[in-house]
Design a protein around this ligand. Structure first.
Ligand code: NAD
Length: 277
């Protein structure tokens, strides 16, 4: 199948589909169906985590789809309590087993948990997974600039991505600039604000939706794509999965982009990584 989704080249040399599909808070009982639906709609990039408790069901969906392994990009993440306990090798092996895979496309440290002071040691273990080929790319999530600076100064491999909260009222300008300067790609979680504020009723988004005859969510996803973010919205309903995938037939104008850029309040709706420990 040909895909309209652009591929972004990571510093590992691997390519990641810019639009993926996240499965946070997808009940394990629903996950296989949801991921099979997403793959049928056309998504080829699935974002899970050990902490989502649905790796086994994601793996089952990948196998049931019959899609060749090398055409799917699979991300999973080291769970915080395993990170805290220094159980990194064991956690990675258990993820591979649960998914039923012999490699992961992208393995992330889920949170830095700075008070535990383990993330540099953990990253050394991740460098080993990249070296032995079991992780094609390695990256981090929820890292603030000081955490990235510490990794860059004390370790060898630059994270391929930093997956962070990012949406129109929390645009992460300073962090995105830092990423760009160091060859780290920005991946947006909660790209639709997790439904925690009235994103879809904001005039800048509604106006663009009317102008292009699309839904507000499609405008927000288009804004992410044109901004250069890798983006992984989540959904349980197939019709909306298709809607969120249908974002390559229109383009926001410079004025429309600027109006959404102007919504930034630098306000998180999720946890502050400095305080998650
Ligand atoms: P999201 O911003 O994708 O919001 C999901 C909500 O938006 C759901 O309630 C969904 O029903 C609704 N929605 C999606 N498309 C819609 C549409 N077209 N119209 C109306 N409503 C729509 O939030 P999220 O799920 O938290 O984030 C996406 C993914 O990011 C997750 O599934 C997960 O993979 C990842 N994530 C990572 C972290 C991390 O710490 N690394 C944290 C949270 C999420």
């Amino acid at each position: 199948m040909t895909t309209p989704v652009p591929q972004i080249k990571l510093n590992s040399g691997a390519s990641i589909p810019q639009l993926g599909f996240g499965v946070f808070l997808v009940d394990p009982a629903d996950t296989q169906r949801v991921v099979e639906d997403a793959l049928e709609v056309g998504y080829r990039h699935i974002d899970t985590a050990t902490g989502y408790n649905n790796e086994k069901e994601v793996g089952a969906a990948l196998r049931a789809s019959g899609i060749p392994r090398d055409q799917i990009f699979l991300t999973t993440k080291l769970r915080n309590d395993h990170h805290k306990a220094g159980d990194v090798q064991g956690a990675f092996s258990r993820s591979l087993d649960a998914l039923g895979l012999d490699y992961i496309d992208l393995y992330l440290i889920h949170w830095p948990m700075p008070a535990n002071e383990r993330y540099v040691d953990t990253w050394h273990a991740f460098e080993g997974f990249a070296a032995d080929g079991r992780a094609k790319s390695i990256g981090v999530s929820n890292f603030l600039i000081p955490h990235l600076e510490k990794l860059l100064s004390e370790t060898d491999v630059v994270p391929a991505v930093n997956q962070v909260e990012l949406h129109p009222i929390f645009q992460q300008r300073e962090l995105r600039k830092f990423h760009a300067e160091h060859g780290i790609h920005t991946e947006a979680w909660g790209p639709l604000g997790q439904g925690k504020y009235e994103l879809f009723t904001l005039p800048a988004i509604q106006d663009a939706a009317k102008a292009h005859d699309v839904q507000p969510a499609q405008v927000v996803l288009r804004w992410h794509l044109q901004t250069g973010n890798i983006v992984i919205p989540k959904l349980n309903h197939r019709a909306r999965m298709a809607q969120n995938f249908d974002v390559f037939g229109f383009e926001l104008s410079d004025d429309e982009m600027a109006a959404i850029d102007a919504l930034d309040e630098n306000r998180r709706v999720g946890g502050n990584p400095a305080e998650v420990n």
